[in-house]
Design a protein around this ligand. Structure first.
Ligand SMILES: Nc1ncnc2c1ncn2[C@@H]1O[C@H](COP(=O)(O)OP(=O)(O)O)[C@@H](O)[C@H]1O
Ligand SMILES: O=P(O)(O)OC[C@H]1O[C@](O)(COP(=O)(O)O)[C@@H](O)[C@@H]1O
Length: 304
């Protein structure tokens, strides 16, 4: 997210605009937590995870009173354009403001990669790379001990992190909220691996697909193979962003300024087939993001 903020700030200033950062998301907008941003204020943040402006969930913003408070602060500070980085909740907030006359622009920022009309969201590639590097370590100890490892990754409503990291880690099974699964099949897949001479089993479970420790116990009971569960947790949402995330976030920041310059508002920017594109926020919210079933099929075939 820092890469996007840096790009928006620098490109907007170069084009003659003034830039204000809003701290702590919609809560900060309602509380008037505004900071002027200059070229150097966004220096030395490119390599840092998270967002230097910080973020906060805010229940007041769901209601018209909260939104009116935010609009009053925007008007008082003479802010004409508002760029919001986040997931579908943030997009809903942005749409509410747009419908009240504020020129809003969205950038996809969620590790879940579950926004429509964009192939990637900021943070997803970084999260997948973190997960893969952690699974590599778990694989080493699993092999040494002839163990099966269940690894729980983030994704309450989306299996994208599990699917991508599972493929890149050679998982024996990947359990996702989008695809029904059964424990018999998981155990069969692990057993088959051991029969072929494998010395470990790797099962990647998305948060929304089930509970890792319950699954691990069930696998151990059914297969008699020693099984451990690791919940990777919030380490997945931190760390220095990947080059891919930094570059495409910068390109999207540039596109936002292009939209502003061309008088196009109420849009969400994304990346589709390596092109930076935009669609109306409404269309993005009204379309369910595609799940890549083909990739899931590849994962299944690779785990044979
Ligand atoms: N329907 C909505 N109307 C107005 N604001 C919303 C709406 N949904 C979410 N928001 C605001 O957006 C914030 C972020 O949404 P949330 O779902 O928590 O995260 P994300 O943006 O990652 O999906 C919420 O805390 C709330 O302030
Ligand atoms: O425990 P927390 O902080 O509520 O976060 C868990 C949730 O956050 C997510 O990682 C999504 O986070 P972001 O959209 O902020 O990237 C989900 O996959 C997960 O369900």
């Amino acid at each position: 997210m820092n890469s996007a903020i840096r790009a928006i700030t620098r490109i907007a200033i170069i084009k003659g605009h003034k830039v204000t950062g809003i701290k702590k998301g919609f809560q900060g907008l309602m509380d008037g937590l505004f900071v002027p941003l200059d070229l150097r204020d966004v220096g030395d943040i490119l390599h840092r995870g998270g967002t230097f402006l910080q973020s906060e969930r805010s229940s007041d913003f769901y209601f018209p009173e909260g939104q009116e408070r935010a609009i009053a602060h925007l008007k008082e500070a003479s802010i004409d354009h508002l760029v919001i980085i986040g997931g579908d909740g943030s997009y809903r907030g942005a749409l509410a403001l747009f419908q009240k006359g504020i020129k809003t622009y969205c950038l996809p920022g969620t590790i879940d990669n579950d926004i429509s009309f964009t192939d990637y969201t900021i943070g997803f590639d970084t999260a997948v790379n973190i997960v893969v590097s952690l699974i590599n370590k778990i694989r080493d100890t699993s092999t040494s001990h002839d163990r099966t490892s269940v690894i729980m990754v983030m994704g309450k409503g989306s299996g994208n992190i599990a699917l991508h990291s599972g493929i890149a880690s050679g998982a024996d099974a990947i359990l996702l909220p989008e695809v029904p699964w059964c424990i018999e099949e998981v155990c069969h897949s692990i057993k088959k691996g051991y029969d072929r001479g494998k010395r470990h089993g790797i099962i990647v479970v998305a948060e929304g697909a089930g509970c890792g420790s319950t699954i691990a116990k069930e696998i151990e009971k059914r297969t008699q193979l020693e099984t451990r569960n690791t919940n990777l947790g919030h380490v997945q949402r931190g760390g220095s962003p990947s080059a891919f995330d930094r570059i495409f976030a910068s390109r999207m920041g540039d596109k936002v300024i292009e939209c502003i310059e061309n008088g196009i508002a109420g849009v969400a920017v994304g990346i589709e087939q390596n092109e930076i594109t935009y669609h109306s926020i409404k269309d993005v919210l009204n379309n369910k993001p595609d799940f890549n079933y083909k990739l899931y099929e590849i994962a299944k075939n690779l785990s044979q």
